[in-house]
Write a protein that binds this ligand. Structure first.
Ligand code: NAD
Ligand code: WQD
Length: 344
């Protein structure tokens, strides 16, 4: 419709697939590059079922310089890039740091090189609240300093943001927006796409839904001795569809040349912190499922409390998270039920 073509790297993944749906629904054309290292080709059918449109798809590794060059030679009219493709498992990154630096940083540098070579000058980058560590002040705003990263994964996000900052500085024609996601959760209301963790989930909500589905015996709540009202740790859980919509807004901002600076950084959260026990209770209330859980020691590397200052995203980007925890947790459960074939 609007004839704008957006390249979405990692577009068959969790956040990429939801973003592709929102882009297609907003009239953009989308081409996905994904090597399917953490996703499934079937997602393309699901995206088509939801939107009535099928994104173009190229399966290869963005670290492959020649293939990426060939790609840009074929898709000559890419207007902007949203770069999701990366590894994201914090624990795995501690065991295999080089794999993470290689994939997340070489992939980014390769992409930036080719974008500059082919005059593609708009980039949205998936960053993370992990860059803040435990902030000195809550809610945390975009000016808060990076804290030493707790994991190689976290370090790749800090370094990636610095690489982008330097590239933008040396190329006045280049525009980038770094979006720092807090804790994305939930699934599309159609329950056709959602998060597909491989093996034992690290993240809280997939662990909860798998426990409710009987795939895991019990949820371990990591710590009830934090300095928080109920003793469990606090995070800012953000609905994945809301998050996806922020990418569309960011793309429009760059294409319509409304960026205030060549590099802009926005927190994407709700601004509200929820504790682990609040998430567990809300999940039980909205789904009617009784969760088996026990309290165990704190998880190494976890911070006590993080939630976003969202004023800048609200006022400058014109984006605000809309969905509440109830509906979001219900969407996560509906997705889990669908992939496990659980009937009501
Ligand atoms: P995901 O694993 O579901 O999606 C990433 C996709 O990228 C996958 O489909 C994978 O196959 C693909 N991919 C990975 N490396 C690739 C490569 N070298 N070449 C081509 N494709 C490759 O992850 P997600 O949760 O959708 O996260 C997307 C982005 O958002 C990542 O950069 C992640 O670090 C960032 N992020 C995620 C969260 C979160 O909690 N999910 C929070 C903050 C930031
Ligand atoms: C949330 C809370 C846990 C599992 C991670 C990455 C971050 C970002 C989002 C990518 C914490 C507690 C969890 C469990 C629990 N990803 N928990 N039992 O750690 O805030 O952030 O994912 O960028 O970089 O670090 O998210 O979902 O793992 O944990 O009690 O089985 O749930 O201790 O307080 P986290 P999470």
């Amino acid at each position: 419709m609007n004839n704008r073509l957006i390249l979405v790297t990692g577009g068959t993944g969790y956040i990429g697939s939801h973003t592709t749906v929102e882009l297609l629904n907003s009239g953009f054309d989308v081409v996905i590059i994904d090597n399917l290292s953490n996703s499934d080709k079937e997602i393309l059918d699901r995206i088509e079922k939801i939107t009535g449109k099928r994104p173009y798809f190229e399966q290869f590794d963005i670290c492959d310089e020649e293939k990426l060059e060939k790609f840009f030679n074929i898709y000559k009219k890419v207007d902007a890039v949203i770069h999701f493709a990366a590894f994201k498992a914090v624990g795995e990154s501690v065991e295999k740091p080089l794999m993470y630096y290689q994939n997340n940083l070489v992939g980014l540098m390769n992409l930036l090189n080719r974008m500059i070579q082919f005059n593609v000058s708009n980039l949205v980058f998936s960053s993370s609240a992990t860059v803040y560590g435990q902030p000195d002040k809550l809610p945390v705003n975009e000016q808060a300093p990076f804290k030493p990263a707790d994991s190689p994964y976290g370090n790749t996000k800090q370094i990636a943001e610095e690489i982008i900052r330097d590239v933008v500085k040396s190329n006045p024609e280049f525009f980038a927006i770094s979006l720092r996601y807090f804790n994305p959760i939930g699934a599309h209301p159609s329950a056709l796409i959602g998060e597909l963790p491989r093996g034992v989930p690290n993240n809280l909500v997939p662990f909860i839904t798998q426990t409710a589905a009987g795939v895991r015996d019990e949820l371990k709540v990591f710590g009830d001795d934090y300095n928080t009202p109920d003793g469990s740790a606090i995070r800012d859980y953000i609905n994945v569809v809301d998050l996806a919509k922020a990418h569309v807004v960011s793309i429009l901002r760059m294409i319509e040349k409304n960026s205030k600076h060549n590099l802009e950084v926005f927190n994407l959260g709700t601004g509200k912190g929820s504790s682990v026990l609040e998430i567990v209770n809300t999940f039980e209330n909205v789904t009617g499922q009784k969760l088996n859980y026990s309290i165990v020691n704190r998880r190494e590397g976890d911070v006590e409390s993080v939630y976003a200052e969202i004023r800048y995203a609200n006022e400058e980007l014109g984006w605000k998270a809309k969905e509440g925890l109830d509906k979001t947790l219900l969407s996560a459960w509906n997705w889990e039920k669908r992939i496990r074939n659980i009937k009501d």
